[in-house]
Every structure is written in structure tokens, then in C-alpha cells.
Design a protein around this ligand. Structure first.
Ligand code: SAM
Length: 466
């Protein structure tokens, strides 16, 4: 797979929702936001849009060279990531909102004044020293009256993990799939803070910091950590104070379920080494795609840290040879979905199912009711089996005009429209019957008057003869 410039850094829709809610909560007329670490602009676009809506600005600080020791660092040696970022910013119409500063964050804090920013988002170098430094240098820049300081990749609180493990991984960006540096730096900097889907946040309050406790339209939660790697039979994942080997058939997200972690076929130990020794298998870094499951016509595939649902209509597609742009095309067509874990892919598939017509009621007053693209279509059974995906707009208009189709937002409303159509049809039939009766009555009365005049004529003739 072409992951040369891996655009997507933000994880799942959940993080978009959380970051948007934080931005909305900090935004005011003419607001000023700051981001450390923008890469290709996933989070910058979210923050930039929120700032633009209120005539504000977003300062993006990044040296656009990736973080040392990460895949991004290697990518940036070969690719012009900054140009890619700026093209995206312009494509989103944010060129007058986003102010990029191409430098290391440690060099730029002095450019700003205390209290300058309504929101600062930290997502640069994830090593302990660097995150601590970003927090120390940039927190005074946040407005004291309710400004927000937040950041990415906080996989939990210090107390969730073994101190030795955190210490072991503090100088790496990512250690056994946990951002130890971020967990330690945030945990040491603040007494209390919010974590929502791995985004940490605090709000300036009474001269100190308090959790933001923002509301957002999702169940509050945290992502399951990605697996450290896979073995022949297990997914190896660090969760809290232990490393677990969970049978692959259960999916990685199983590690967050207490009951599944305690199943007899799950193995746990304090260190990765111990777990591998117990199961007697070798770990590899999830580099080949693994088919987890199939669900509602989709194959659920894990590839590295990414989880995909690929429509089975694509055939036996080899995900390692699909480029990012092809993937995006499939995503746009509803043939592919990506999430942070297998459960997430299933949720998205559930959400995508509206792209496939589904018969929800057959033969209601001679109509079939079909759910499709979040609407309900009632099609007259006279039309025979009809695939809505193949019906063109013009044809649909004709069907509506000729009362062979109605479209409604809910199943119930579709039925009410059918009731209305039937009532209208019945009234039409009644009116024609009424007209027929009237015509017959007219004929009868004409005949009556003819009979009467004949009778009169006969009576006159009789009288003449008489
Ligand atoms: C994880 S990426 C940021 C992802 C981004 N927020 C997004 O949503 O796509 C980390 C970024 O931090 C940048 N970075 C690393 N060290 C830095 C430093 N000392 N100063 C500024 N930026 C740095 C890297 O160049 C990289 O673009």
C-alpha cells in the first residue's frame, strides 16, 4: 500500500468529534488557535474550520520533517510534506485562516505573548522531554479566562500503567503501542485532566487548570490500544499494566473487555518477553494483512495498525497493493471503511448499510417499502423487482408523478403517504362512479319524459278516435 505520505493521523470519527467539540468550546469571535505538529493537516483542517467560522486564525507550528525515530521522519526525507499540507489547506479554503510557521516548536514559543491563544493543541514530537517542554512553554500562552490546552495520543493516565514500563518507553514516540512520553508528561503536568478518545485536555480556571469535561455527541470513551504485533495465533497487545495474548479470532478490541481478558485461552504477563515465552510463538509487527471476519457483505481486514472493512463486491482485493487514492475512492463509494479497531469497522459498516437498498416491508397496499440512502422508498409492486441503485433520476420522477413511487424520511411516513395515495385513488374511483350514476339518472329521466310524452300522444289519439 502506498503510505508514503500517510495523510490520516487522526484516528476515527471519534477524535474528529472530540477535537471539534473542544474547538467549538474555545472558539469566540476573532479567536486565535495554535497547533504544534500539523503534518498533512488532518487536525489543522478541523481547528482551522472552527476558527474561520468566527473570523479567527490558526497558527500551525511544524518543521514538517516528521518526528525523529518515526515512520514520518523517513517519509519526510523523500517527500515535500509541507507542500502537501498547504495544498490541503488551500483546498479547504483556509489559506487566509491558517498561518504556518516552519520551525521547531522549541524555537517559536517566544514569538507569542502570554494569554494570546484561545486553544493550543499539542501533537508534535511525542517523546517525554519534548512533550513536557511543549506543555511548559506553551501553556502560559493560553488565555487565563477559559482557554483550552489539549493534545493528541494520551493513551491513559500514569496510574493505568506500570511505572517501569512508562519509564522504559519515555524517550520513544511509541513504545509497545503506547505513547509513554505523552502519558508521563501530561500526567506529571496536571493534577487532573480529561481524556476523550486519547485526546487530553484542560481548561484554564482560577489561576490553574481543570479537566474540560466537554460534552460531545458520542458515548465517552477511549480507544483500544493497537496490537504490538501478531503471532500465528494471537494478537499481542499491551493494555494497562499487562501484556495480553488474545486469540486473533476475537479481534484486538477484545482486550478492553474484562471478561475476554479473563478467558482461559487469553494469556497475560507483565512484559512482552514473558507473554511470548508462555505462548511459545514469535511476534511480527502486523505487517501482513489479516482477515478477521466477514460482516454484512464486507471483509474485515487488519493491516498494520489500520482496520478496514472492504466490500466483498471488490472481490479478493489485495490491500497491500491498493494505493491511498484508490482507498479514498472506495471509501467515497461506500465500498471501504476504515476504523481504529474491528468493532469500529463493524459500526461503520452498519452506518454504510444505507447505501444498499433493503426491503423493509413487502406488499403494503400493493407497495414494497425499501430503505435506501437514509430514505424510505415505496415502489408499486406493479413494477416488479426493481434495484433502486439502477433507477435514474428522470425515471424516478416519472414513477412519482404516476403514483408508482413515494419517498419519505421514515418508514411510518412512507406508509402514510401510501394510505394517502390509496385514499386519493379511491376518491377518484368514487367520483367516476358518481359521474356514471348521474349520467344514468339523466338517461332514465330523459326516457321517463319520453314515455310521458308518448303516453300523452296516445291519450290524445284515443280521444280523437273516440
Ligand atoms: C503526529 S504528527 C502530527 C499529526 C497532525 N496533528 C495531524 O492531524 O495530521 C507530528 C508532527 O510533529 C512534527 N514535529 C516533530 N517534532 C517537532 C518539533 N520539535 N517542532 C515542531 N514540529 C515537530 C512532525 O514534523 C510531524 O508533522
Amino acid at each position: 500500500m502506498d503510505i508514503e505520505i500517510r495523510e490520516r493521523q487522526i484516528q476515527g470519527e471519534e477524535q474528529e468529534v472530540v477535537l471539534s467539540a473542544l474547538a467549538a468550546s474555545a472558539a469566540r469571535q476573532g479567536c486565535l488557535f495554535l497547533e504544534i505538529g500539523s503534518w498533512c493537516g488532518d487536525t489543522a483542517l478541523i481547528l482551522g474550520r472552527a476558527a474561520k467560522a468566527l473570523g479567527g486564525k490558526l497558527v500551525c507550528i511544524d518543521w514538517w520533517k516528521g518526528s525523529p525515530g518515526t515512520e514520518l521522519f523517513e517519509v519526510a526525507k523523500k517527500k515535500d510534506v509541507y507542500s502537501f499540507f498547504w495544498r490541503r489547506v488551500c483546498g479547504a479554503g483556509l489559506e487566509d485562516t491558517v498561518i504556518p510557521i516552519r520551525a521547531r516548536s522549541e524555537e517559536t514559543a517566544g514569538l507569542f505573548k502570554r494569554n494570546d491563544f484561545d486553544l493550543v493543541f499539542i501533537d508534535g514530537d511525542h517523546r517525554y522531554g519534548q512533550v513536557s517542554m511543549d506543555i511548559e512553554k506553551y501553556s502560559p500562552l493560553v488565555k487565563r479566562d477559559g482557554g483550552i490546552l489539549c493534545g493528541h495520543d494520551c493513551d491513559g493516565r500514569i496510574s493505568d500503567f506500570d511505572p517501569e514500563f512508562l519509564d522504559e518507553g519515555r524517550d520513544e514516540n511509541f513504545h509497545e503501542s503506547i505513547h509513554c512520553g505523552v502519558v508521563l508528561a501530561v500526567g506529571r503536568a496536571f493534577e487532573d485532566y480529561s481524556i476523550d478518545y486519547n485526546i487530553w485536555s484542560v481548561r484554564a480556571k482560577d489561576g490553574g487548570w481543570a479537566p474540560t469535561d466537554i460534552e460531545y455527541p458520542l458515548q465517552k470513551g477511549q480507544f483500544a490500544p493497537p496490537p504490538i504485533g501478531v503471532t500465528g495465533n494471537y494478537n499481542i497487545t499491551r493494555y494497562g499494566k499487562f501484556v495480553y495474548a488474545i486469540p486473533r479470532s476475537r479481534g484486538n478490541a477484545a482486550v478492553t473487555e474484562d471478561i475476554l481478558r479473563k478467558m482461559p485461552d487469553a494469556v497475560r504477563a507483565k512484559t512482552l518477553k514473558e507473554v511470548l515465552k508462555t505462548i511459545g510463538e514469535e511476534i511480527s509487527p502486523c505487517l501482513s494483512p489479516v482477515l478477521w471476519d466477514s460482516y454484512k457483505g464486507f471483509n474485515l481486514i487488519q493491516y498494520g495498525e489500520r482496520f478496514f472493512a472492504m466490500s466483498q463486491t471488490l472481490g479478493n482485493i489485495d490491500i497491500t497493493s491498493v494505493s491511498e487514492s484508490e482507498l479514498n475512492k472506495y471509501k467515497g463509494l461506500g465500498l471501504c471503511a476504515e476504523a481504529k479497531d474491528p468493532i469500529g469497522t463493524k459500526n461503520i459498516v452498519d452506518g454504510l448499510s444505507h447505501l444498499f437498498p433493503e426491503l423493509v416491508e413487502e406488499g403494503y397496499r400493493g407497495f414494497n417499502i425499501i430503505a435506501y440512502k437514509r430514505m424510505f422508498y415505496a415502489l408499486s409492486q406493479e413494477l416488479g423487482p426493481t434495484d433502486l441503485r439502477a433507477v435514474e433520476k428522470q425515471r424516478l420522477k416519472e414513477l412519482i408523478k404516476t403514483s408508482k413511487c413515494v419517498i419519505a424520511k421514515t418508514h411510518q411516513f412512507a406508509k402514510e403517504l401510501i394510505d394517502l395515495l390509496s385514499a386519493r385513488q379511491a376518491r377518484k374511483e368514487l367520483m367516476t362512479l358518481n359521474q356514471k350514476v348521474k349520467a344514468l339518472e339523466k338517461e332514465v329521466s330523459e326516457r321517463d319524459s319520453k314515455v310521458k310524452s308518448l303516453e300523452k300522444e296516445m291519450a290524445a289519439l284515443k280521444a280523437a278516435r273516440g
